[in-house]
Design a protein around this ligand. Sequence first.
Ligand code: ZN
Length: 263
Amino acid sequence: MKDLKTLLKGSIPLIEPTRYVKFVVSARSGGPLSLPQPTPASELSCPDCGSTKGFYNLPWDAWSCAEDVCISKWRVQKGPEREPAYKNTIQGIPVGLESANMTSCDQPHQFKEEWIKWAINPISCLVFSGLAGTGKSYASVAILKLFSDCTKKVSRFVNISDLYLQWKLKVKEGHDMDLLLRLIDTELLVIDDVGQKTPTDSFTEFLYLLISKRNDTGKATIVTTNLTYNDMRVLLGDALTSRFTVGKAYKFTGPDRRKQPEW
Ligand SMILES: [Zn+2]
């Protein structure tokens, strides 16, 4: 929602008539409605007010009504007292990344366009690789938020070190299978910071089961890592690496974006 608010500030260029979209945003329904097939903007009109004046809604890759009557509905709904919708459906967003969003995401336009499309209907496993601080976690949280806004389904962000501690505790209690099943069931999962250290054999096995089951049941995953493909094979083994790398990989470059301490 915040993305839309940003978009609505200032003047809005109207959508190109020849642009094909798969969604039309309805302010009344509070989100994008999917079209039976990709449709050029010239054939679309507002499901709420009937106007044909639309703008391209980048966060949702959708046609969105540009009439004041519909735009004002968003403003009314977006009071500061309202909890953002994603709070209920995304678990584990780290403090500091709560405001992550695709509009402010400092990555190549081409990547962002692909991620926006992916977030609406995510499949397979994406790998975000690059040095620390290049924005991998930021981008993955922005994707989780888009996914949650569009689908209202549950997603989860988990740091690999936290997952390891959680898993160790569950093993001790004899409940590691519950943890595994819960994570397999999560619609979209981000596993952050893979490769910080060598995992134990049994944790590697756990990760292998997790990612294999997720891939096999059509659940989408994003893995962020500072490892290269070859480092990953050495550290995690071929079996797990091949499961992580079934989908597209994105290389993150650029300077460390994290705030440096002042000493
Ligand atoms: Zn309208």
